[in-house]
Design a binder for this molecule. Sequence first.
Ligand SMILES: [Zn+2]
Length: 416
Amino acid sequence: MRTLTSRSVLASILLLSLTARSEEPLVFETKQLADHIYELSTDAGGYPVKVIASVGDDGVLLVDTGEKEKIDDLKAAVLAFGKGVPRIIISTHAHVEHIGGNATFGGDAVIIGHENLRKRLRTGLYLFDEFPEEALPDICLTDSLSLYFNGEQIKVHAFPGAHDDSDLIIWFTTSKVVCVAGLCNGRHFPSVDKVGGDVLEYPETVQRVIDLLPEDVTIVPGHGEDGTIEDYRAFHAMLVATTDLVRKGIEAGKDRDTLIKEDVLHDWKAWEASYVSADQWIEYLAEGITGVDRKPMVFEPIYYAIRDLGAPAAVLYYHDLKKNKADEYAFDENDLVYIGYKLFKNDRVEESIPFLEASLKESPKGTYAYLCHDYLGRWHTTQGDTARAIRAYERSLKLNPENTHAADMLKELKKK
Ligand SMILES: [Zn+2]
């Protein structure tokens, strides 16, 4: 998987889903963590997405529901336990790769989540996902709650504001397993949500989680490797040390680009993950220390403009807002591709095209230009326009030689 170089610090999952090759068949691997606790995970390009299941006489309880595209595989893996569909789902936070099956299971299961999760799924870029009511939490918390399921006390604690503003940890007290989701990323740099997260809150938040837990728990991050409390302390130490290094650099009058050029996190390179490089971690920290632009992003007005005026007019409206309302909204170089991608993925393909084309016009060599060409290739293919499809895939492959989907499609189209 290629390393992202985008300046954007939008929700990491969006970046993940833009780069992951979701066309590949993915099967959930099941690993037993304790007597009746299982970890189901898929490996999307070296980036596992985990679901935790408690399975017993009370039935199935799931922590998170994975990616929407993989719901059939997850359902098969859950049904294989022989205890039926899940009765309870606990959503760790708002990022889409953790809540993709909520809509499917939510009709039968009670969903528990942070109060902010409900709000988030009805605002901003999430509007484009059109989450139905069944996908939203039925029981919301802002502090903590206990539930008793399959013979043990399960403690749920809210720790919002570091990775995202809807973060929960789920602690299976007898099984000694705790799912900390976005609040740990194994021995890798974490991501920080631009809307609900705050990189400077990370060290203290993680310390409070560590203080709450006993020594003998298994720490389960949402993506990184499972570990011990010692591993989690190492993660905390990394947060403290790297924040300190970048802060000292900023205080010495250096800007983000200088710190990247000077490779100030050189000694922490081993913590690079498939989607957060050391440079990107510097970006997160530098932006946090110098102050993040907390203006709302532009997605909500554009969502309603598409509904009321149609996609082409909404693109014009976007350009108008960018020109005249820069003091009201935060803009990102990838806004148009994010919207186009979301529309495409949610079966609004025709409406996505004006956004993908506008994105290419605005930044023909942008981070996700290859993706725009790829999706245009798919569009032309479904329209039966092979010549234009080939051109689109060729452009995509030229910008990103690792785009195997474009390579495969070109082979197939040229056969015809
Ligand atoms: Zn997350």
